[in-house]
Design a protein around this ligand. Structure first.
Ligand SMILES: NC(=O)c1ccc[n+]([C@@H]2O[C@H](COP(=O)([O-])OP(=O)(O)OC[C@H]3O[C@@H](n4cnc5c(N)ncnc54)[C@H](OP(=O)(O)O)[C@@H]3O)[C@@H](O)[C@H]2O)c1
Length: 215
């Protein structure tokens, strides 16, 4: 497919660990004609990229911002960074859902979510429940193609220090191939590639990409 006929991609979370890889891969991908990435901090300029600063507390209803063929969402925080469960839920559930509704209303037909291993709306674990509720609520929107990419521990260089993840990374990294595939570290570029392929390929229906396919 030529760049002229390529997809218009909307990416939220472009400044994060996985999002940075989605962005770099999308900008280098001839299947993608243009990327819109609403952000809170500036990204380096690129001829295929439009990255306006947006107030995520009050998402603008601006057609030019949300019009896209496909969406990749890697937006999220941690309960520690959010400061409370309620605030975590607002960022990890309410914001992606609001973006999805806006993009769908403006014509997006495919959505790929960076979810998490264990996502389950009926889980007793708060984090897994929020991720599962997001998946459930996204499924109700009506995208032609919806993919949940569910990594375990994400591998990659992170600006922020997260002790638990650092320790888990050392342990899982040392055990490496001894572990069943689903428990191995999932490198951020592999997660990004799965998200981008799902968004661009837009397979009809609802799909789950498990951690064993991201190791
Ligand atoms: N850490 C893991 O091992 C792990 C495992 C499984 C699943 N996950 C999930 O995978 C997803 C991506 O993870 P990641 O490690 O790539 O995340 P990350 O590096 O923390 O990046 C998060 C992205 O979300 C944006 N964001 C956070 N809070 C926001 C807010 N209030 N308003 C607007 N944007 C906001 C950040 O923007 P700024 O740059 O402006 O802050 C950044 O672009 C998350 O949903 C996470 O829960 C993580």
């Amino acid at each position: 497919m030529s760049a002229a006929a390529g997809r218009r991609l909307l990416l939220v979370g472009a400044t994060g660990l996985v999002g940075r890889h989605v962005l770099a891969q999308a900008l280098a991908d001839p299947r993608v004609a243009a990327v819109t990435a609403p952000v809170r901090r500036d990204l380096p300029a690129h001829p295929k990229l439009r990255a306006p600063r947006v107030d995520f507390e009050r998402l603008p209803d601006d057609a030019a911002l949300w019009r896209a063929d496909a969406v990749v969402c890697t937006l999220g925080t941690t309960i520690r960074a959010a400061g409370s469960q309620a605030e975590f839920r607002r960022v990890d559930h309410d914001l992606p859902l609001a973006v999805a509704r806006l993009a769908h209303a403006h014509g997006a037909r495919a959505f790929a979510l960076n979810s998490a291993m264990g996502a389950n709306a009926a889980s007793r674990i708060f984090y897994n429940r929020v991720k599962g509720e997001l998946e459930r609520d996204l499924a109700a929107i009506g995208f032609d193609s919806l993919t949940f990419v569910r990594p375990g521990l994400i591998g990659g260089a992170r600006d922020e220090f997260r002790l638990g993840e650092r320790v888990a990374g050392v342990v899982l990294g040392a055990l490496g191939p001894l572990l069943p595939r689903r428990w191995r570290i999932n490198p951020a570029p592999r997660i990004a590639a799965a998200l981008l392929d799902a968004a661009i390929g837009a397979p009809p229906g609802v799909h789950v990409v498990g951690s064993e396919r991201l190791a």
